[in-house]
Structure formats: structure tokens, C-alpha cells
Design a protein around this ligand. Sequence first.
Ligand code: TXA
Ligand code: MG
Length: 313
Amino acid sequence: MNQTKTLHLHPDATGLARAAALLADGALVAFPTETVYGLGADARNGKAVAGIYAAKGRPSFNPLIVHVPDVAAARTLTQWTDTADRLAAVFWPGALTLVLPLAAGHGLSSLVTAGLNTVAIRVPHHPTAQALLRAANMPVAAPSANVSGRISPTTAQHVLDGLSGRIAAVLDDGPCPVGVESTIVSLTGTPTLLRPGGLPVEAIEAALGAPLQRHSSDAITAPGQLASHYAPGASVRLNATSATAGEVMLGFGDIAGDLTLSASGDLSEAAAALFDALHKLDRTGKPIAVAPIPHTGLGAAINDRLNRAAAPR
Ligand code: TXA
Ligand code: MG
């Protein structure tokens, strides 16, 4: 990987134009979404997409999420369905990714889809993501902008800590408001939850009027399902009511800690704080004890990420 100086861009007209021009050139640009920072590349350009895998040190060519500004753009890339229409009408733009069969003549690099005949597609809500997608006028492939297997980035500084010198630029628009990755639903058959995330499953099921099928654990189609994804360097102990000697404590609700995800027990606040708290506690070099988090609403995504952080590796 070539060393490049990573530009730190502001999300004003100049910064957005620069970021769009870099994408058009096949360069890598990290940008904020409401969930986490993404590492973007032109999804039609195989060399650019290969750069994502190289910069992240992603071990294999797992499929990436393609970001577009609106439903019309999503329709040109996919075999759109009535169910997609129903979910998009309620939740796009937002923290929902839909997996759909590819349209004929989609033009995406096969590296984006890892050779599958389906694509994961998302319309982000974040104003800077929207502005960049419109300025770039191309589908943008973007996984989370972190080194593979490490904690996801919710600030530009997190991105730079992991990827400085390996990517052309980061568009800095402060912390991500949701704080955990999008919820992924496959619509290639019976609607199926592939990854819990920033949009609560309950909301999706209410919109569908039916429960989502849960993904069977024997077929790994998402690297988020690998045990040691999202891992900090130190060990993580879950459902702890207090820290033992030598541990730092991540609190929630009534259980205070060295840091707390939400003193009032608010799950949205906790999701937004999660990765930054893990980055900070990781820097202490001490093992991390984590208070119990409810499993409802955004708690499903928070527990999913914590379970992976705690998994043996
Ligand atoms: O919030 C998010 O989703 C962030 C922001 C940047 O948009 N992106 C993100 O991307 O989390 P990434 O690459 O870290 O996760 C993409 C997930 C992976 O678990 C991948 O396996 C799954 O989506 N995926 C992508 N294409 C797929 C497909 N065709 N079928 C099934 N799963 C797919
Ligand atoms: Mg990721």
C-alpha cells in the first residue's frame, strides 16, 4: 500500500467538490453517515474497490454495501420489489440496508458484490453523505472506515487513528448520531434479518406486518457474523455489575462506570456512544467490564456488537 497524506476535509462546498473529484479518480474517501463513517470508493471501478480491501486489510473479498442518494438510484441497480418499496417508503433515507437481486446492466464491479448475484444497498440520511453522493453522482461502495476486525469509527479521528496514510481523504462532520451500523435485511426471499443495527427490528416488523426471519447461524454471509469482528485490543467481560481489580468499567443506567453509555438508560444515547467509549477504554490497555444492556430496540444491535467484542480470538 502506498503511503499518501490523508486530507482532512470540511463538508463545505470546497471539501465536497474535492471529495467527489477524488472518488471520480478512483481514490478512497471516508465520509460520515448517520450510523458510522464509511470508507467510500466508486462502486463501478474495480481498482478503486480493491483499494478498500487493501486499506482495511480485509482478509477476503466480502461483499460491500453500495450507497446511493435515493430510491430512483437504488432501482437502477436492483430488481426492485413491492416489499422493498414498502420498507424504503418508511425507512429511507436511514439506517436500513436492503439486499436485493442485481439488475441487468447494473455496472457495479464484481468485487463489490463478491461475485454474488445480489447487492446490499442503502440510502443514508446524513446530510454530508447525501451531499457527497449527489456531488459524486455514482454508486459509492463503503464498508465501515476501520481496519478490518477493529472497532468501527464514529468520528473522523477514529478513521484517522486506523487509516491515516492509507486513504486519500476523510470528510469530517463530527460524531455519527446513530453510532451503530445499519440494520441489514435480505429481500431475496422471505424477508430475513442479516444483521441487527441502527434501525430497530421491531420497527421493520411493524412496517411489514410480519416477523423477519432470522438468519441461520450455519451460513456466514456477513463478516459481521465472524466472532472477533468489532474487537478492541483488550478483553471484554459482559453483563458485569461492577469492575474487578484492574478492569475499567463501561456503565449503563444505574450501573456507573469509568465511562457510561447512558446514565438515564436511553438506548439511542447508548448506541451513539458505544464505539467511542470502546475506543477510549481500549486506549487504557486494561480489560473492559460492561454493564448489562436490555435486548429490546437498539439494545439488540448494541448487544450484538458487544458480544463480538467479547468473543474469544
Ligand atoms: O451502517 C453501515 O451499514 C455502514 C455505513 C458505512 O453505511 N457500512 C457497513 O458496511 O457496515 P460493511 O461493509 O462493514 O458491512 C456490510 C455488510 C457485511 O456484513 C456484508 O457481508 C453484508 O453487508 N453484505 C453486503 N452485500 C451482501 C449481499 N449481497 N448479501 C448478503 N450480505 C451482504
Ligand atoms: Mg464493519
